[in-house]
Ligand binder design. Structure first.
Ligand code: SF4
Length: 308
């Protein structure tokens, strides 16, 4: 099974099929915070998260949403602009953690921009109310809406250790609330969380493979400076490039063929990254994954077993 030249259902392939050309993401900062940072559930955030709230490429941008979009398009290199259409990506912190009137204002502003093909909203499952879900339904009547949920793991002991701040049943309720309204869900998983075995990681992947979600981001755990995770550095295993790329391939084999792969590694900011440093060569990591998929003659979905 092939998706263009790849042996997995890449986001590029998916977007080209829908829009007929390349579509770039524009990272936006809507000035949010998180319940694990503002004192509601904690004050120090998730253990691995930088001060920029997982949005090191967008946080701190100023100006209205329209101004941020226009500036990002202006600053983009000509080869990235090729399709002329963009996804507005609300990336930093928890992008539904605000009164619904404010969310209405910013999301409508983004979706109404003539260069925006759709919006993607990174958030937490414990921060999506019924009212917010109704708003997302309204928005998706206009253009596609994706909701990105940071699950990271299904294992509760790891979730407590990383201070995720919600349990798996909260994730399940939100996924069912969103999927009942046919809203596209993308789930973030981190590979390499402290003390998780490969078998436990595959259990998380299997769980997502059988959930009503349309896309997944596989992210390599980055140890960043000035995070609490940095204090534990040296007490848990850090994947080598070879171990990581082998594991990614195993994950792909367990995911259904129609699930869109939004990410296979990560973007650790080079000025903050402590480990693993090999991940800075993102192109080379992706090339290695593609090469190994061919050598092994395998592909996404090869080991996926439909349960219904
Ligand atoms: S919810 Fe997301 S942005 Fe907030 S602290 Fe956790 S990882 Fe960072």
């Amino acid at each position: 099974m092939f998706w263009g030249e790849k042996r997995y259902h890449s986001l590029d392939y998916h977007l080209k099929k829908i829009y007929g050309s390349k579509v770039q993401k524009i990272s936006l900062d809507a000035g949010m915070t998180c319940p694990t940072r503002d004192g509601t559930k904690g004050t120090r955030g998730c253990i691995f998260c930088s001060a920029m709230g997982s949005g090191d490429f967008s946080a701190g941008q100023c100006g209205s949403i329209t101004e941020q979009i226009d500036k990002a398009i202006l600053d983009m290199s000509p080869n990235k602009k090729c399709g002329g259409m963009y996804i507005a990506y609300f990336q930093s912190f928890t992008n539904t953690y605000a009164p619904v009137d404010y969310l209405r204002e910013i999301f409508f502003e983004a979706i109404s921009h003539d260069k925006i093909a759709g919006i993607s909203i990174a958030t937490r499952p414990d921060c999506i109310s019924k009212e917010t879900t109704e708003l997302l339904c309204e928005l998706q009547q206009i253009k596609p809406v994706w909701v990105e949920l940071g699950l990271q793991t299904i294992h509760e002991d790891t979730a407590r250790f990383i201070r995720r701040g919600y349990t798996l049943d909260v994730f399940e309720q939100t996924v069912s609330q969103l999927s009942d309204k046919s809203i596209d869900i993308i789930v973030h998983v981190i590979l390499g969380l402290p003390h998780e075995t490969n078998d436990e990681i595959i259990e998380t992947i299997e769980y997502i493979a059988h959930s009503p979600v349309s896309g997944i981001k596989l992210q390599l755990l980055h140890v960043l400076k000035n995070t609490d995770l940095a204090d534990y550095y040296g007490t848990f295993h850090i994947f080598s490039e070879d171990e990581y790329t082998d594991l990614v391939i195993e994950c792909l084999e367990h995911l259904p063929e129609d699930m869109v792969i939004h990410r296979l590694t990560g973007d650790g900011p080079s000025n903050l990254l402590i480990a693993p440093l090999w991940s800075l060569k993102k192109r080379s990591v992706l090339n290695t994954i593609n090469r190994k998929l061919k050598e092994k003659n395998t592909w996404q979905g090869r080991l996926y077993k439909r349960t219904i």
